[in-house]
Each structure stands twice: as structure tokens, then as C-alpha cells.
Ligand binder design. Structure first.
Ligand code: SAH
Length: 213
């Protein structure tokens, strides 16, 4: 058995302090080595509770935010999950440990390919990647039990929420004036019940597949 990494113990403590109460979510983060998802030059900061730069001018989210968004989704092992914004693949890897299958879309080819290599190395075989524009969700695979956006939408992402099953939960950062708010959406028939969770900072959701890279 591997000894727990002291940096991981430190991180778990700060997640607890930040409101992560779900033991399954905590376990999923503990089993996901974040140093494999950050550029080598940031390896020494991989277990700090902060967002870090990744390729293509994007960021890997702060562990606390990854944990709180995962917790808000109330996942179980029957869930089919859609993620918009694969980035490093870290959030998808955490989701994959709690859900049946994760479908993740990224507009940068480079990021998607790198994330896919990480999923293979970690033997996370229940993640399906796609390169393209996620603003229209993933119609061929819809509907989903859970949906997560990890890039901030200019307004309620209706086209994506249409792909949420009845009773399903989505979380998304949404622009509100000069700030962004993490919003939880629950579908109740034709209705969407909306709850603001907290202020956040994400890179923007950008329409279209990336032309470079
Ligand atoms: N979940 C990621 C966070 C990455 S940051 C992680 O754990 O590392 C958000 C990502 O969303 C960026 O990689 C960005 O390129 C991507 N993105 C932005 N707009 C998008 C769109 N329309 N479709 C797909 N991906 C998009």
C-alpha cells in the first residue's frame, strides 16, 4: 500500500474546511493524482488549493471548486454525465470515479488529446472525449442525468439544459454583470429550478471549435 502523500493530506484538510462533506467526493479526489494533470513546471504546486495554467491559455480548476461542483451534482454509479470543457481532464477524472460514464467536450484538440492520454494512463475507461463546440451539448448522446459546465456561460445555457433528463441536475458558472455565479439547475418536467451557489471565476465558454491547436 502506498503511504498517503502529505501534500494530499493537507489538501483534504483544506477541502473539508471549504465545505466538502461528501465522503465519496473526497475519496474520488484523493484517488485522482492532480500532479498528472498540471504542466511539469507547476508540479510542485499541484496539491495547492488553487487553479493553475494549462496549455492553450486555459486553466485547471481549483480543487475546492472541483469538489464542490461534484458534490452539488449528487452523483451515483448509474449517472450518465456530460461535461463541457475537458481542459486538463481533472474534473472528468473525478466525475468518472463516481458516475457510470462521462462524456466530455473540449474545443482545443491539444487539450482533448492530452486529457485522453491521462485517462488511459489512469485506466479510466468510462470517459468518452470529443473535440468540438460544446455550446450545443452533445445531441447524439443526450439525454444526460447530470451536466457540468467548466467554462462560464454568458447566460442560462438553454441549449445544453435541454439535454438534461427529468429530475436531472446541472451546474454551471454563468456571467452576472462583472462577476460569475455558480448556478445549480434541476429539471422538473418542462421547468428548470435555479439556485445560485457561490461566486466563482472560470475561463469563458467560447463558441465554435478552436481554429489553432
Ligand atoms: N474541467 C477542466 C477545466 C478547464 S477550463 C479541468 O478540470 O481542467 C475550461 C475549458 O473549457 C477550457 O479548456 C476551454 O478550452 C473549454 N471550452 C471553452 N468553451 C468551450 C466550448 N464552447 N466547447 C468546448 N469546450 C470549451
Amino acid at each position: 500500500m502506498n503511504l498517503p502523500d502529505p501534500r494530499m493530506i493537507q489538501l483534504v484538510m483544506s477541502l473539508r474546511g471549504g465545505g466538502v462533506t461528501d465522503a465519496k467526493v473526497m475519496g474520488a479526489l484523493e484517488r485522482t493524482p492532480r500532479h498528472l494533470f498540471v504542466p511539469d513546471r507547476f508540479g510542485d504546486q499541484a496539491y495547492d488549493d488553487r487553479a493553475l495554467p494549462i496549455d492553450c491559455g486555459q486553466t485547471i480548476s481549483q480543487p475546492l471548486i472541483v469538489a464542490l461542483m461534484t458534490q452539488a451534482l449528487k452523483l451515483d454509479d448509474r449517472c450518465k454525465v456530460l461535461e463541457i470543457g475537458t481542459g486538463s481532464g481533472y474534473q472528468a477524472a473525478v466525475l468518472a470515479r463516481l458516475a457510470r460514464r462521462v462524456y466530455t467536450v473540449e474545443r482545443y484538440r491539444t487539450l482533448s488529446r492530452e486529457a485522453e492520454a491521462r485517462f488511459e494512463a489512469l485506466r479510466l475507461t468510462n470517459i468518452v472525449t470529443r473535440i468540438g463546440d460544446g455550446t450545443q451539448g452533445w445531441p447524439e448522446q443526450a439525454p444526460f442525468d447530470r451536466i457540468i459546465l467548466t467554462a462560464s456561460a454568458p447566460q442560462r445555457p438553454d441549449a445544453i439544459l435541454e439535454q438534461l433528463k427529468d429530475g436531472g441536475i446541472a451546474v454551471a458558472p454563468v456571467d452576472r454583470d462583472i462577476k460569475q455565479v455558480l448556478v445549480r439547475y434541476v429539471r422538473e418536467g418542462d421547468n428548470i429550478v435555479e439556485t445560485d451557489l457561490m461566486d466563482v471565476r472560470f475561463v469563458p465558454l467560447v463558441k465554435g471549435e478552436a481554429r489553432a491547436l
